[in-house]
Design a binder for this molecule. Structure first.
Ligand SMILES: Cc1cc2nc3c(=O)[nH]c(=O)nc-3n(C[C@H](O)[C@H](O)[C@H](O)COP(=O)(O)O)c2cc1C
Length: 171
């Protein structure tokens, strides 16, 4: 797909077809896009977990309060290690920035493959850490369901955005 079309078409999908799984081949392509993301000092402090097994999916879903997630056949979890991320002299740690870029690469790669997603930050962090057995120096940054849109309705939704002159200045 043409890149600007991918960017414009992507919307947060909250209605998934529970009967259409994504092939391993396409999940790997999404992971490759995340791996290709830039990171400060190229430290790549990330790990991408693609959860597809019904037992684990059930537990992960319980860490988010909205029940629409139950229909998603896969959930991607982006986690990272703060001690592996680049630190600037003044103490700024690039973990969140690195993970944001990787997450965005994967969400856009998914869109390019016709796969829907929805960035979720409002998960129960403590509960999800316990479910996944996250190590003490690791952080779960974001999750997204991955799947095919149930009815295509989300894909026709208009993007609600401020006008370009409020978002950007060309000076
Ligand atoms: C950092 C971040 C956190 C978000 N967390 C949630 C969330 O917890 N639940 C949810 O339904 N959507 C979540 N979203 C999706 C936003 O609501 C959505 O991106 C925004 O409304 C714009 O709509 P669009 O993605 O369809 O263009 C999140 C998005 C971002 C970037």
């Amino acid at each position: 797909m043409e890149f600007m079309k991918v960017v414009q078409n992507r919307v947060s999908c909250r209605a998934y077809d529970p009967n259409r799984e994504i092939s391993k081949e396409l999940l790997v392509k999404i992971a490759e896009a995340g791996k290709a993301a830039p990171s400060a000092a190229n430290l790549q402090p990330w790990k991408f977990l693609f959860v597809s097994s019904p037992e684990l999916l059930e537990k992960v879903r319980e860490c988010y309060s909205r029940r629409w997630i139950d229909n998603a056949p896969h959930i991607l979890i982006v986690k990272g290690s703060r001690s592996r991320a680049w630190v600037r002299r003044d103490g700024y740690n690039s973990l969140e920035t690195d993970l944001t870029i990787a997450m965005d690469h994967m969400i856009l790669a998914a869109e390019n493959l016709g796969i829907a997603s929805c960035w979720i930050a409002a998960f129960d962090n403590e509960k999800l850490r316990a479910v996944l057995g996250i190590k003490s120096d690791e952080e779960i940054f974001a999750i997204t369901p991955l799947g095919y849109s149930a009815d295509g309705s989300e894909r026709k939704r208009e993007k609600k955005r401020y006008d370009l002159d409020q978002a950007a200045e060309f000076i």
